[in-house]
Design a protein around this ligand. Structure first.
Ligand SMILES: [Zn+2]
Length: 166
């Protein structure tokens, strides 16, 4: 592709006052797409954000990448950005773009380690999936690509947590 590459303009971040939610997302990309923070940053800039909306991204190989500073207000879920941390797992749709729980064991292992740390830092925060917050799809056009898929993050975070006590 010859598409011009958007350059992030050093964004200034505002810190959150509270952290009540830790929201798990997926990128709604196919298993063949080895994407990470760099790719998502481009998509989010094209959508009008300053930079990547998530605080963390977990690549297909389980590698953890940092997006926004953890203390900053994110841009990943309508109505809850000011009090939440956003984590995005690469993947989540099948070859026909249908939501599918197709994350790798390495991704789930990294998610577990990350959530353990975040849970220790923010013991009051509730961990859930994006779909558990039932976002309003008819928004202002400033939502991330995965927000178009109600199934995000394509698996039941509560059920998964129940089997992986923090
Ligand atoms: Zn989402």
């Amino acid at each position: 592709m010859n598409q011009a590459t958007a350059t992030p303009s050093t964004p200034t971040f505002k810190d959150r006052d509270s952290t009540d939610l830790i929201v798990v997302h997926c990128s709604a990309t196919k298993t063949s797409a080895d994407i990470g923070v760099r790719d998502i940053t481009q998509w989010h800039i094209q959508r009008g954000f300053d930079t990547v909306g998530y605080h963390y991204v977990i690549r297909r190989n389980g590698e953890l990448e940092t997006g926004r500073p953890e203390s900053a207000i994110g841009a990943h879920v309508r109505g809850h950005n000011s009090n939440s941390i956003g984590i995005c797992l690469a993947g989540g749709v099948d070859a026909n773009n249908t939501p599918e729980n197709n994350f790798t064991p390495a991704q789930f292992a990294t998610l577990k380690v990350l959530l353990d740390k975040l849970n220790a830092r923010y013991p009051q925060a509730k961990i859930l999936g994006h779909r558990d917050l039932s976002p309003d799809k008819n928004g202002d056009g400033k939502i991330t690509p995965n927000e178009f898929i109600k199934a995000c993050p394509s698996f039941d975070v509560g059920q998964w947590l129940a089997g992986h006590a923090l």
